[in-house]
Design a protein around this ligand. Structure first.
Ligand SMILES: [Zn+2]
Length: 217
Protein backbone atom coordinates (compact mmCIF):
# COMPACT_ATOMS: atom_id res chain seq x y z
CA UNK A 1 0.00 0.00 0.00
CA UNK A 2 1.49 3.32 -1.11
CA UNK A 3 -0.20 6.28 0.53
CA UNK A 4 0.22 10.05 0.63
CA UNK A 5 -1.49 11.63 3.62
CA UNK A 6 -2.30 15.33 3.22
CA UNK A 7 -3.91 18.09 5.22
CA UNK A 8 -2.87 21.21 7.12
CA UNK A 9 -0.64 20.91 10.20
CA UNK A 10 -2.71 19.95 13.24
CA UNK A 11 -5.55 18.23 11.38
CA UNK A 12 -4.77 14.87 13.00
CA UNK A 13 -2.51 13.68 10.22
CA UNK A 14 0.24 12.41 12.54
CA UNK A 15 -2.17 10.26 14.56
CA UNK A 16 -3.77 8.87 11.42
CA UNK A 17 -0.34 8.18 9.96
CA UNK A 18 0.68 6.14 13.03
CA UNK A 19 -2.50 4.08 12.72
CA UNK A 20 -2.20 3.42 8.97
CA UNK A 21 1.47 2.58 9.27
CA UNK A 22 0.68 -0.12 11.84
CA UNK A 23 -2.43 -1.38 10.07
CA UNK A 24 -0.72 -1.87 6.72
CA UNK A 25 2.73 -2.61 8.17
CA UNK A 26 4.35 0.11 6.08
CA UNK A 27 6.93 2.71 7.14
CA UNK A 28 5.59 6.14 8.10
CA UNK A 29 7.81 8.59 6.25
CA UNK A 30 7.61 12.10 7.69
CA UNK A 31 10.21 14.40 6.21
CA UNK A 32 9.63 16.74 9.18
CA UNK A 33 10.51 13.95 11.64
CA UNK A 34 13.51 12.93 9.54
CA UNK A 35 14.83 16.49 9.63
CA UNK A 36 14.13 16.88 13.35
CA UNK A 37 16.03 13.64 14.03
CA UNK A 38 19.10 15.34 12.52
CA UNK A 39 18.80 18.54 14.58
CA UNK A 40 20.86 17.41 17.55
CA UNK A 41 23.87 16.53 15.44
CA UNK A 42 25.84 19.77 14.88
CA UNK A 43 27.93 18.02 12.21
CA UNK A 44 24.87 17.12 10.14
CA UNK A 45 24.79 19.92 7.58
CA UNK A 46 21.34 19.09 6.17
CA UNK A 47 19.97 18.88 9.72
CA UNK A 48 21.30 22.29 10.71
CA UNK A 49 20.01 23.95 7.53
CA UNK A 50 16.58 22.34 8.02
CA UNK A 51 16.52 23.39 11.68
CA UNK A 52 16.96 27.06 10.77
CA UNK A 53 14.08 26.96 8.28
CA UNK A 54 11.66 24.96 10.45
CA UNK A 55 12.44 27.12 13.51
CA UNK A 56 11.26 30.16 11.55
CA UNK A 57 8.08 28.33 10.50
CA UNK A 58 9.33 28.10 6.93
CA UNK A 59 9.69 25.15 4.60
CA UNK A 60 12.97 23.44 3.85
CA UNK A 61 14.09 24.03 0.20
CA UNK A 62 12.74 21.41 -2.22
CA UNK A 63 16.09 20.11 -3.46
CA UNK A 64 17.15 19.13 0.06
CA UNK A 65 13.80 17.50 0.84
CA UNK A 66 13.62 15.59 -2.46
CA UNK A 67 17.11 14.21 -1.98
CA UNK A 68 16.20 13.03 1.51
CA UNK A 69 13.08 11.30 0.13
CA UNK A 70 14.91 9.59 -2.72
CA UNK A 71 17.43 8.18 -0.26
CA UNK A 72 14.61 6.95 1.98
CA UNK A 73 12.76 5.28 -0.93
CA UNK A 74 15.94 3.36 -1.76
CA UNK A 75 15.86 1.54 1.59
CA UNK A 76 14.66 -2.07 1.77
CA UNK A 77 11.65 -1.62 4.09
CA UNK A 78 9.86 0.55 1.52
CA UNK A 79 9.36 -2.30 -0.93
CA UNK A 80 6.00 -3.36 0.52
CA UNK A 81 4.76 0.22 0.63
CA UNK A 82 5.02 3.54 2.44
CA UNK A 83 3.02 6.34 3.91
CA UNK A 84 4.11 9.92 3.29
CA UNK A 85 3.11 12.52 5.86
CA UNK A 86 3.98 16.12 5.05
CA UNK A 87 5.36 15.31 1.61
CA UNK A 88 4.93 16.38 -1.16
CA UNK A 89 4.21 19.93 0.05
CA UNK A 90 4.14 21.73 -3.28
CA UNK A 91 3.94 21.10 -7.01
CA UNK A 92 7.74 20.88 -7.40
CA UNK A 93 7.91 18.11 -4.82
CA UNK A 94 4.88 16.32 -6.32
CA UNK A 95 6.56 16.31 -9.72
CA UNK A 96 9.83 15.10 -8.19
CA UNK A 97 7.95 12.29 -6.43
CA UNK A 98 6.26 11.26 -9.70
CA UNK A 99 9.70 10.91 -11.26
CA UNK A 100 10.90 8.80 -8.33
CA UNK A 101 7.83 6.53 -8.53
CA UNK A 102 8.40 6.09 -12.24
CA UNK A 103 12.03 5.24 -11.55
CA UNK A 104 10.95 2.48 -9.12
CA UNK A 105 7.98 1.48 -11.33
CA UNK A 106 5.53 2.12 -8.47
CA UNK A 107 1.98 3.55 -8.40
CA UNK A 108 0.20 5.42 -5.61
CA UNK A 109 -2.76 3.56 -4.06
CA UNK A 110 -4.23 6.50 -2.17
CA UNK A 111 -3.85 10.25 -1.73
CA UNK A 112 -5.82 11.09 1.40
CA UNK A 113 -6.61 14.75 2.12
CA UNK A 114 -7.90 15.47 5.64
CA UNK A 115 -9.58 18.88 5.93
CA UNK A 116 -10.58 21.25 8.79
CA UNK A 117 -10.93 25.04 9.24
CA UNK A 118 -7.87 27.09 10.27
CA UNK A 119 -9.35 28.33 13.59
CA UNK A 120 -10.03 24.75 14.73
CA UNK A 121 -6.44 23.83 13.92
CA UNK A 122 -4.96 26.72 15.93
CA UNK A 123 -7.00 25.58 18.98
CA UNK A 124 -5.82 22.01 18.64
CA UNK A 125 -2.13 22.82 18.19
CA UNK A 126 -1.84 25.14 21.17
CA UNK A 127 -2.36 22.04 23.35
CA UNK A 128 -0.13 19.65 21.48
CA UNK A 129 2.86 18.08 23.26
CA UNK A 130 5.47 15.76 21.81
CA UNK A 131 7.73 13.19 23.49
CA UNK A 132 11.33 14.37 23.34
CA UNK A 133 12.51 10.74 23.13
CA UNK A 134 10.21 8.89 20.70
CA UNK A 135 8.20 11.69 19.02
CA UNK A 136 4.81 10.33 20.15
CA UNK A 137 2.17 13.06 20.04
CA UNK A 138 -0.12 13.97 22.97
CA UNK A 139 -2.65 16.73 23.67
CA UNK A 140 -3.30 18.44 27.01
CA UNK A 141 -7.06 17.80 26.75
CA UNK A 142 -7.73 15.38 23.89
CA UNK A 143 -4.94 12.87 24.27
CA UNK A 144 -3.49 13.06 27.75
CA UNK A 145 -0.57 10.95 28.91
CA UNK A 146 -1.16 8.84 32.07
CA UNK A 147 1.19 11.16 33.98
CA UNK A 148 1.20 14.86 33.04
CA UNK A 149 4.24 15.89 31.03
CA UNK A 150 5.59 12.33 30.73
CA UNK A 151 5.49 9.88 27.78
CA UNK A 152 3.53 6.66 28.44
CA UNK A 153 5.90 4.64 26.29
CA UNK A 154 9.32 5.57 27.56
CA UNK A 155 9.00 8.17 30.33
CA UNK A 156 10.40 10.85 28.01
CA UNK A 157 9.67 14.51 28.73
CA UNK A 158 6.76 16.00 26.77
CA UNK A 159 7.57 19.34 25.15
CA UNK A 160 5.83 21.94 23.00
CA UNK A 161 7.63 22.20 19.70
CA UNK A 162 8.57 25.67 18.53
CA UNK A 163 6.52 25.09 15.39
CA UNK A 164 3.39 24.34 17.49
CA UNK A 165 3.36 27.78 19.12
CA UNK A 166 0.39 29.90 18.06
CA UNK A 167 2.22 32.53 16.01
CA UNK A 168 4.25 29.88 14.23
CA UNK A 169 1.10 27.81 13.59
CA UNK A 170 -0.63 30.76 11.93
CA UNK A 171 2.41 31.37 9.77
CA UNK A 172 2.55 27.66 8.88
CA UNK A 173 -1.13 27.70 7.91
CA UNK A 174 -0.58 30.72 5.64
CA UNK A 175 2.35 28.95 3.99
CA UNK A 176 0.35 25.73 3.78
CA UNK A 177 -2.63 27.38 2.17
CA UNK A 178 -0.59 29.27 -0.40
CA UNK A 179 1.95 26.57 -1.30
CA UNK A 180 0.61 23.15 -0.39
CA UNK A 181 -3.06 23.50 -1.26
CA UNK A 182 -2.26 23.55 -5.01
CA UNK A 183 -0.91 20.00 -4.58
CA UNK A 184 -4.52 18.96 -3.94
CA UNK A 185 -5.30 20.24 -7.41
CA UNK A 186 -2.44 18.15 -8.71
CA UNK A 187 -3.94 14.93 -7.31
CA UNK A 188 -7.67 15.54 -7.02
CA UNK A 189 -8.66 14.18 -10.42
CA UNK A 190 -6.85 10.92 -9.74
CA UNK A 191 -8.97 7.84 -8.88
CA UNK A 192 -6.77 7.41 -5.82
CA UNK A 193 -7.75 10.79 -4.30
CA UNK A 194 -9.96 10.88 -1.17
CA UNK A 195 -11.16 14.02 0.68
CA UNK A 196 -11.78 13.25 4.37
CA UNK A 197 -13.60 15.41 6.97
CA UNK A 198 -11.16 16.12 9.82
CA UNK A 199 -13.49 18.24 12.02
CA UNK A 200 -14.75 15.36 14.17
CA UNK A 201 -12.93 13.12 16.63
CA UNK A 202 -9.79 11.18 15.78
CA UNK A 203 -11.98 8.07 15.60
CA UNK A 204 -14.42 9.73 13.16
CA UNK A 205 -11.54 10.69 10.89
CA UNK A 206 -10.03 7.23 11.14
CA UNK A 207 -13.35 5.52 10.28
CA UNK A 208 -13.76 7.75 7.23
CA UNK A 209 -10.21 7.00 6.05
CA UNK A 210 -10.63 3.23 6.49
CA UNK A 211 -13.94 3.35 4.63
CA UNK A 212 -12.32 5.23 1.75
CA UNK A 213 -9.57 2.59 1.59
CA UNK A 214 -12.16 -0.21 1.61
CA UNK A 215 -10.83 -1.48 4.95
CA UNK A 216 -14.01 -1.04 7.05
CA UNK A 217 -15.40 -4.37 8.22
ZN1 LIG B 1 8.17 8.69 24.19
Amino acid sequence: MRIILMGPPGVGKGTEAEYLSQHFQIPHISTGNMFRAMFDDPDNKIGQIAKAYIGRGELVPDDITNELVLERLSEADVEKGFLFDGYPRNINQAEALDQMLEQFDWRLDAVINIIAPDEMIVDRLAGRRVCKVCGKIYHVTNRKPKVEGVCDRDGGKLIQRTDDMEETVMRRLRIYNSQTAPVIGYYQHSDAFYAIDGTGTIKNTNNAVMKALGEDK
